[in-house]
Design a protein around this ligand. Structure first.
Ligand code: GDD
Ligand code: MN
Length: 381
């Protein structure tokens, strides 16, 4: 029998539609931009078999619906819609994992990235001389368009920090526009932290040996429709990633935030106690109870905003979460007192007994709330 037939009996019937490159587009509220994006990519990528994979985090403006309409008219367009999750990096990772093309690219969905670079980036990868092609704003011929001075400064400062802490030699390590061979990406994927915006930095920080890179300067375009999602939380995402790369194997960054917030809860508690008891003249036991309540609500609110910002609870879920949080922490408090009292009874120094109690309850509170309140399956992240 013909060897080729025995391997793939349908080879003859199959048109050559398999994409050579998948372009992954993370989107959140980009409905006004996706049609134009498909048009521009189509125009830029003539002669290449491409596909566009939009990864939308259930945008309230209906981006996913708009993408599906485009996909219904053009089989090269696909939509992955994620429910109950947010995050640029994790969206890009999932999009790339869903591809079986030999090459992958990641590009923003708001038309700020110059899609006419794509064919050159694709060629560079195909030549085999580079592992990754990166579009950069900070090399000759590139620029940040109409960014204001503050944003420009912030970006340059974090670029410098990233270069120093992670020893990455890139003119624009925060770029969200790059192309990479799928096999290279798959090798790195398990090591990625997946937090925040900095997918490229994450890839470089995870690569050993270092990736061979070629940079492609371009001028960042200004946004015409929709708005940026880059806000103060991005700085936090950035710090989280540095923490993850440096100490993540020992202590999850989330645990660090949880403990810091727990510590701030003590300050809130003492302030409230002072206000109610000392200033307000409320009975001590009542004051202590009020202070405990305020600290718990404060801790829950901060953890919801910071530690679990990617699975933030709102509306009714916020109240259900608060209830479960208080319940879990009450169990933690009982364990705390139990362990401390036991150790003290066995003759351990009061200071050590007390600390052991706090440690046990902190770890319990962290694990229990990650699982029951924010429903994070892998609390190590
Ligand atoms: N799926 C998903 N989930 N997509 C998101 C999310 C999210 O949580 N947040 C943002 N996006 C999408 C946006 O819809 C857009 O297509 C792209 O990611 C970039 O987001 P912008 O909000 O437009 O970012 P920017 O233009 O301000 O930031 C640019 O510079 C950063 C570095 O300073 C981008 O190029 C970033 O990729 C880059 O890291
Ligand atoms: Mn943008």
């Amino acid at each position: 029998m013909d060897a080729r037939l025995s391997q793939d009996p349908f080879a003859e019937d199959r048109p050559s539609t398999v994409p050579e490159i998948s372009i992954v587009i993370p989107t959140f509220n980009e409905k006004e931009n996706v049609t134009e994006l498909v048009r521009l990519v189509t125009a830029a990528m003539t002669g290449v078999r491409w596909e566009l994979i939009f990864v939308d985090d259930n945008s309230p403006d209906g981006t996913a619906r708009a993408v599906r309409e485009l996909a219904a008219a053009d089989g090269r367009v696909r939509c992955i819609q994620r429910l109950g999750r947010r995050g640029l990096s994790s969206a890009c990772i999932e999009g790339m994992l869903s591809s079986s093309a030999k090459y992958l690219a990641v590009m923003d969905g708001d038309l700020q990235h110059d899609e006419t670079l794509l064919p050159m980036m694709f060629d560079a990868l195909q030549s085999g001389d580079v592992d990754i092609a990166v579009a950069t704003r900070y090399a000759d011929g590139g620029g940040t368009g109409d960014w204001d001075a503050r944003r420009e400064q912030l970006s340059r400062a974090s670029t410098g920090l990233a270069k120093r802490v992670l020893q990455v030699e890139l003119s624009d390590p925060m770029s969200g526009f790059f192309a990479i061979e799928r096999e290279t990406f798959l090798g790195l994927a398990p090591k990625l932290s997946g937090v925040g915006f900095k997918i490229l930095l994450d890839l470089f920080a995870s690569a050993d040996p270092p990736l061979r890179v070629r940079e492609f300067p371009y001028e960042f375009r200004s946004r015409k429709a929709g708005e940026t999602k880059v806000d103060g939380m991005v700085a936090l995402d950035f710090i989280t990633m540095l923490l993850q790369k440096r100490i993540g194997r020992l202590v999850p960054p989330r645990f660090v935030y949880f403990c810091l917030i727990g510590g701030s809860g003590l300050v809130v508690h003492m302030l409230t106690l002072w206000l109610t008891f000392d200033v307000g003249g409320v009975a001590f036991a009542a004051s202590q109870a009020i202070a405990t309540g305020v600290a718990m609500v404060g801790n829950f609110t901060l953890n919801n905003l910071i530690t679990y910002r990617e699975s933030k609870l709102s509306g009714l879920d916020w109240f259900r979460g608060l209830f479960l949080f208080c319940l879990a922490c009450s169990v933690g408090a009982v364990a705390n007192v139990g362990v401390a009292a036991y150790l003290h009874g066995e003759g351990t120094l009061w200071l050590l007994s007390g600390l052991a109690g706090v440690l046990v309850s902190t770890v319990w509170n962290y694990a229990a709330t990650a699982f029951y309140v924010w429903r994070v399956p892998n609390s190590a992240r």
